[in-house]
Design a protein around this ligand. Structure first.
Ligand code: HEM
Length: 372
């Protein structure tokens, strides 16, 4: 199943075709920022930016997955979208207990019903939402074909026409991708904006690179992203300091010898790359925010540092990586083109906390100051 999806979204050039849709979502997000600023006492502050980036990430990923808009960034969010956000919130709040719910034996469920009930309720909510959107789109495609028109579109159209997945498999994959693609992207964006606001000198350097290579207002395409290596470096450095998934794991498929120790086949290995990301041996002055450490001098040397592997590695690495990168790169460019981002006096030092995912422990409030 995974290989069918991978063919369409594995490489940056595969996802480049979605840049137009993502830029439309960014235009809506920027409109929303202006609206929120207009409501603020100082005309600049947007409180709890994660709320905004959550809506952006959900709208962005849904636009790609369902080839339709959800209305997350509108003033009145449609009820079905609100229900989904509630189901996602429930999944997230009960993550620590519900993640074990699947392992509760059937006979024990009536005795401790709550985790299993909530696990089912949240998954049912998420699944139902994807099902409605997939069905709507597939109905449109079918109508087009019935009229003798050629159906053209994105991911869902391809999955439908290629018939490589059953309808149930399409629902399941869309549900999983939507679930996996929202909080991950929004927390990363929140940290990136927080770090830029806390480090104005870095922000200025990134901004200068954008203006020099792309201009002050030109809406970037996917092909423009390599022209601003500091924007890519910013994302890598943000994920090094705050990897949304701070740990990873694998079960060994064969006997291995690592550092003189025999690890037998079938052993569960846990890797905490949050820890390796902070080792000076891997990253000199590791505690410091220095995006430029990821730049390749003269484009000669590739920076491959396995101390930080925020998207995992290998056959089961993050399938949405290129989508997340495109969403984040295009948004950071356009935010910096328009605004100087300053920390609000209400935001103290924000610590990371884990709740399944590594997330900001306190709300982040920033000031979006219009550039002249
Ligand atoms: C900054 C954003 C993101 C980060 C840091 C992230 C990180 C990860 C990590 C660490 C894994 C586990 C990989 C492994 O075990 O090696 C993963 C898996 C996954 N991610 Fe992401 N992810 C992000 C965004 C997304 C997006 C936008 C989508 C969907 C469009 C997505 C879909 C998935 C899926 C479906 C899996 C499971 C893959 C499998 O088991 O085969 N992710 N992600």
């Amino acid at each position: 199943m995974r290989s069918v999806l991978r063919q369409r979204i594995l490489k940056p050039k595969d996802v480049a075709i979605f840049a137009g849709e993502i830029n439309q979502v960014i235009a809506d997000l920027i409109k929303r920022i202006y609206f929120l600023k207009s409501q603020a006492e100082d005309g600049e502050t947007v409180t709890n930016i994660n709320d905004l980036f959550f809506k952006y990430s959900m709208e962005g990923v849904a636009t790609i997955l369902f080839e339709s808009r959800l209305g997350c960034l509108e003033n009145n969010v449609p009820q079905a979208t609100m229900d989904y956000i509630e189901a996602l919130g429930l999944m997230f709040c009960t993550f620590k207990t519900s993640m074990y719910a699947g392992a509760i034996p059937r006979w024990l469920r009536p005795l401790i019903p709550k985790p299993w009930r909530e696990f089912c309720r949240s998954w049912d909510g998420l699944f139902k939402f994807s099902q409605i959107h997939v069905d709507n789109k597939l109905r449109d495609i079918q109508c087009q074909m019935d009229r003798g028109e050629r159906a053209r579109g994105g991911l869902l159209t391809y999955l439908f026409l290629s018939q490589e997945l059953t309808r149930e498999e399409i629902y399941a994959n869309m549900t999983e991708m939507l679930l996996a693609g929202v909080d991950t992207t929004s927390f990363t964006l929140s940290w990136a904006v927080y770090l830029l606001a806390r480090h104005p000198e870095v922000q200025q350097t990134v901004y200068r690179e954008i203006v020099r290579n792309l201009g002050e207002r030109r809406v970037p395409t996917a092909a423009d992203v390599p022209k601003v290596p500091l924007v890519r470096a910013l994302l890598k450095e943000t994920l090094r300091l705050f990897p949304v998934l701070p740990g990873n794991g694998r079960v060994t498929q064969e006997d291995l010898v690592v550092g003189g120790y025999l690890i037998p086949r079938g052993t569960q290995l846990a890797l905490c790359h949050y820890a390796t990301s902070y080792e000076d041996e891997n990253f000199p002055r590791a505690k410091e925010f220095r995006p430029e450490r990821w730049l390749r001098p003269g484009n000669l040397r590739r920076v491959d540092n396995f101390g930080s592997i925020p998207f995992g590695y290998g056959a089961r690495s993050c399938i949405g990586r290129r989508i997340a990168e495109l969403e984040i790169h295009l948004l950071v460019i356009q935010l910096l083109q328009r605004f100087e981002i300053k920390i609000s006096p209400w935001t103290k030092t924000v610590h990371a906390k884990t709740h399944g995912l590594l997330m900001p422990g306190e709300p982040i409030h920033v000031r979006f100051v219009n550039r002249k």
